[in-house]
Design a protein around this ligand. Sequence first.
Ligand code: SF4
Length: 361
Amino acid sequence: MSEKLHLTGFSMNDLTAFVASIGEPKYRAKQIFKGLHARRLLAFDEMTDLPKAFREKLNEIATASCLTVESRYVSVDGTRRFLMKTHDNLPVETVFIPTSGRDTICFSSQSGCPLKCDFCLTAKLGLLRNLTAGEIVEQIIIVLNDVYGVGKETPHGTNLVGMGAGEPFLNFENLIKALGIMSDAEGLFIVPNRVTVSTAGIVPKIYEFAKLEARPHLAISLSAPTNELRDRLMPINKRWNIEELFAAAQEFQKSLRRGERFTFEYVLLGAVNDSDEHARELARLLEKYDLRKVKINLIAHNSAEPLEYQPPRPEQIQRFKDVLESKGVAAYLRTPRGRDIYAACGQLAAKSEPNLVQIAR
Ligand code: SF4
């Protein structure tokens, strides 16, 4: 299967070139694209508008599906975690978060992650490999089909967040290609305005991202207001430190559209980075770099063995938020979702434990 072309990762232009290369008329490209992305069919045999002989020809050289769902877990809060496997048996995790008004899918850009954020379980896997554009797109199709039914419309649209396993900006080309395919109005039609990509601070890519014509929203994972602490919590800081990161954020701020803000994510670790003084230092940094269009998402650490960090005390979370707000910073507390099924922030580590509630596929 790995040697077959994974057409789910082909743009409309790629498909047009592909059908021409096998001597088929141009309109077949549109039929395949619609079958994959508008009807969300992950098998050519289900595309009954294609002649049988053509489907057989496609099956010989190409595939619609490269991922298999190994298990899926449902949280008491309705969040679903999907543990999938690539054709070469590597884990891919995707999380569906139901929200009134708009549902969110959190997708992965890599299998594992090469960055070694100290508070994150995914880091323990190391980098297994970058996901292809097709594997990124297929995650979304699988989740949409599971939740709403094959080809059925999503009741209130879907937001995407690139905050699952991996550092999206270390797989930049495939990420941007996948997002382009998903934004196509003939297919999934998930436009960039409904997508947020989160980086741990791959600074050169922040500049590149800012220049994209159809740019999704940006979130930067910060989690410490000083280099000393950030070096320890997020070692990527040794490559690009806070000054370089904030200079890039300042440049990114210039690319914001009317009414758009961008986000710093701050994981609060009990008695490590959650003091009043840390909050004041963070506010000072934002002021120094004149980052007025930023909001801070506070995420209480989700404890998970073998990580030794503790969640912050609830009253300290509130104090941290209050300090930021007293300095004029927009701070929000993110409600943790799917903690019980290892689906929450920092918990994705391909866990498949029998005591988790699993729905048979
Ligand atoms: S927090 Fe994100 S970037 Fe850091 S190790 Fe985990 S998955 Fe990778």
